[in-house]
Design a protein around this ligand. Structure first.
Ligand SMILES: NC(=O)C1=CN([C@@H]2O[C@H](COP(=O)(O)OP(=O)(O)OC[C@H]3O[C@@H](n4cnc5c(N)ncnc54)[C@H](O)[C@@H]3O)[C@@H](O)[C@H]2O)C=CC1
Ligand SMILES: CC(=O)[C@](C)(O)C(=O)O
Ligand SMILES: [Mg+2]
Ligand SMILES: [Mg+2]
Length: 352
């Protein structure tokens, strides 16, 4: 394991160089990896493992759309695709990739099949950390660990196909076999991680819930909406407001941040922009920090996990989420965005 300096703090990371795929294949050669659930992470992780030569099967409910998706992705019913319970029985590593809320309902069934020496794998610290809410308490004689890809399962698969790798965190909650470390790292490499950094279940879930509610998803939509509304209220057109709020960010500036950091992006903008951004960023930090404090508190007290469980355990949770997503999609901001996207040269029909 390499120790790397992250801005002055040393942390453990495992890279593909020190733990190559061939080593992961060797460690996992006698394992049957059962991916339970085929939503967003399920396909990404199962397909990457399959392409990496791991013995992977999928457990999914027959007669669902996702069963059909697994078939069209190349999983063969009766060979590599099974009803959930059959997959649980066959698997020596159980990748528990149902939605966090659904994991609660299926837990008694999963537990039944966790015979000594098997491994229970999560991609989130949710179920274990909030076990008073989820009831997920694994038996003592199985390994329990997580590999949490830091991004959508869709990106995990796309980046794998491009020969790249999304980074993941990993954590060991329980090492019953003495082999939890080599098992979890092998799985992390096999699912297509670019590299793995160490955490624990609690830190993974606290940071993940904060990040997705915060800058990654909740906050970013909030600040987009705020700036867009102000520009519109001052008489700017939708296309101007959208371009100046979203399009320029995703198309031009964020790729520069991704490539080489914030100062590099700033340095590639005008000195006028640099002067203004350097003057204003601290004001935005100070304005939002109390909201982030409130958010972290809401995560740490279990309020966020309880809300997620309560709402996503309703029979019509999908329809309700879809209705709220539709509201976003139908907003002027994102409707303007749709037209802006259609105008990107790469989205224009190629002229004869
Ligand atoms: N969506 C993502 O890209 C990421 C997800 N994660 C974590 O990975 C895990 C899986 O998440 P997703 O892939 O988003 O899940 P998901 O919401 O896509 O659901 C996964 C599967 O659960 C099935 N399912 C739902 N309710 C069920 C029930 N009552 N009985 C049986 N099956 C049921 C669905 O049919 C689907 O196949 C979670 O722990 C999540 O926090 C971690 C990183 C990113
Ligand atoms: C994509 C990811 O890592 C998230 C945002 O945490 C999630 O989907 O739960
Ligand atoms: Mg995440
Ligand atoms: Mg998450």
């Amino acid at each position: 394991m390499a120790k790397l300096n992250f801005g002055g703090t040393e942390e453990n990371v495992v890279t593909r160089e020190e733990f190559p795929l061939s080593k992961a294949q060797e460690v996992l050669k006698d394992e049957v990896v059962a991916v339970i659930g085929y939503g967003v992470q399920g396909p990404g992780q199962a397909l990457n493992q399959k392409d990496n030569g791991i013995n992977v099967i999928v457990g999914q409910r027959k007669g669902t759309k996702t069963w059909d998706k697994a078939v069209s992705d190349g999983f063969v019913p009766g060979e590599t695709l099974f009803e959930i319970e059959e997959a649980l029985e066959k698997g020596t590593v159980i990748c528990y990739l149902l939605s966090d809320a659904a994991q609660i309902a299926l837990w008694p069934t999963v537990k039944k099949h966790l015979t000594p020496g098997k491994a229970l794998y999560f991609s989130h610290g949710f179920g274990i950390t909030f076990n008073e809410q989820t009831g997920i308490v694994p038996p003592a004689d199985v390994d329990v660990f997580l590999v949490a890809p830091k991004g959508s399962g869709t990106s995990l698969r796309r980046m794998f196909l491009q020969g790249r790798g999304l980074n993941s965190s990993y954590a060991i909650f329980q090492d019953a076999t003495g082999k939890a470390f080599e098992r979890v790292i092998s799985l992390g490499i096999a699912v297509g991680s670019g590299y793995l950094f160490e955490t624990n279940f609690k830190k993974e879930v606290y940071s993940d819930l904060t990040g997705e509610r915060g800058t990654l998803m909740g906050c970013i939509q909030g600040i987009f909406a705020a700036q867009y509304d102000v520009l519109r209220s001052k008489g700017h057109s939708p296309s101007e407001a959208f371009n100046e709020t979203v399009e320029e960010l995703t198309q031009s500036l964020m790729p520069l941040v991704a490539e080489n950091g914030m100062d590099w992006m700033y340095a590639n903008c005008s000195t006028t922009a640099q002067r203004g951004a350097l003057d204003w960023w601290k004001k935005f930090r100070d304005a939002t920090k109390p909201v982030f404090e409130e958010l972290y508190e809401s995560v740490a007290t279990g309020k966020e996990s309880q809300r997620s469980i309560d709402s996503n355990s309703q029979p019509d949770y999908r329809e309700k989420l879809d209705a709220e997503l539709k509201e976003l999609r139908d907003s002027e901001l994102w409707q303007a965005g749709k037209t802006v996207r259609s105008l990107r040269p790469e989205n224009q029909a190629v002229e004869a």
